[in-house]
Ligand binder design. Structure first.
Ligand SMILES: NC(=O)c1ccc[n+]([C@@H]2O[C@H](COP(=O)([O-])OP(=O)(O)OC[C@H]3O[C@@H](n4cnc5c(N)ncnc54)[C@H](OP(=O)(O)O)[C@@H]3O)[C@@H](O)[C@H]2O)c1
Length: 285
């Protein structure tokens, strides 16, 4: 049986992907969980998964951890701006270790995206293409979970604000995107393809309506300027850098960066993506 490895296996996405591989019948002994801190992976070890230390910032850990791996789910790191050297180390190690195939988690329409997270992904897609290792690129849309903070805000105040200028977003749940990633990892025929993975589309006004339905109280969406949004986020306690990041996401959203309309996610899942209200209801239990 092939050996499948997952980086970031103690992260939220990585854990879901490992669980999905096992749910699909992969033997735990054929799954390698690559983790920065093995102490966080005691539960994975206990389930029979092969846990190995692999720290993007310590390249010497990577090649030994990737030995014997046939297919690697390379989950992008979470240090935006620091990822190019980290990801370079992973791709170099994969090549040196003889990894047969890589599935990489990128971002929706990376090549033309204005999202602040996109440049690292574009660079990584380039590294993978240059490596010669057969690669499946999963351009993940925004997580539906990214809107759960607004759900709490809506519950408390009855209103949400954005500077998205009526643009639609097409997020998908982490679980759906992780299930799609596991499916791609198990299916070598996905190599060479780039998937644009988007879920159901809605505007922020439609999101407020979904909040109203789930919360049982009226929730209104206010369109604000980027400056007003940034000031509001800072007033709520965010530092200037974080507030600026979220404002930049709204600017990119207004330009359509988070809207997607392909059936790629459904194709990999073999079923429709989770509906928004189902995801919101699950978040409240
Ligand atoms: N589509 C979206 O909306 C969205 C949103 C946020 C992030 N993302 C991207 O998707 C990825 C997965 O999302 P997530 O929700 O699972 O994020 P997460 O819970 O923050 O998990 C990130 C994983 O990366 C690991 N990691 C960080 N630095 C590392 C290093 N130096 N060496 C090895 N591993 C390292 C973390 O290890 P530890 O477990 O030790 O912390 C963790 O397992 C993120 O890393 C980011 O690239 C996408």
């Amino acid at each position: 049986m092939p050996t499948y490895a997952i980086t970031g296996a103690t992260g939220q996405f990585g854990r879901l992907a490992v669980a999905e591989l096992l749910r699909r019948g992969t033997a735990p002994a054929d799954v390698v969980a690559l983790v920065r801190d093995p102490a966080k992976a005691a539960d994975l070890s206990a389930s029979g998964v092969d846990v190995r230390e692999a720290d993007y910032d310590r390249p010497e850990t990577l090649e030994p951890a990737l030995k014997g791996v046939d297919a690697l789910l390379f989950v992008s790191g979470n240090s935006v701006g620091a990822r190019v050297p980290q990801h370079t180390a992973v791709v170099d190690a994969a090549k040196a270790a003889g990894v047969g195939r890589i599935v990489y988690t990128s971002v929706l329409r990376a090549a033309s995206s204005d999202l602040p997270v996109a440049p690292d992904h574009v660079a990584t897609e380039g590294l993978l293409a240059a490596s010669g290792i057969p690669t499946t690129v999963l351009r993940n849309g925004w997580y539906t979970e990214n809107y759960f903070g607004l759900l709490s805000q809506a519950e408390a105040t009855g209103s949400i604000a954005s500077a998205t200028r009526g643009a639609a977003v097409s997020p998908a749940t982490r679980a759906d995107l992780a299930a799609a990633a596991a499916a791609a990892l198990l299916d070598e025929s996905t190599a060479g393809r780039t998937y644009e993975l988007a879920g159901p589309s809605f505007t922020l006004t439609e999101l407020a309506a979904a909040f109203s339905e789930v919360l049982g109280r009226e929730v209104v969406h206010h369109e604000v300027s980027v400056e007003e949004l940034t000031a509001g986020l800072q007033a709520a306690g965010l530092d200037a850098g974080t507030a600026g990041f979220y404002a930049a996401v709204d600017v990119a959203t207004a330009g359509g960066a988070l809207e997607g309309s392909t059936a790629d996610l459904e194709e990999l899942l073999g079923r429709p993506a989770t509906p928004l209200t189902d995801a919101l209801r699950a978040a409240r239990v």
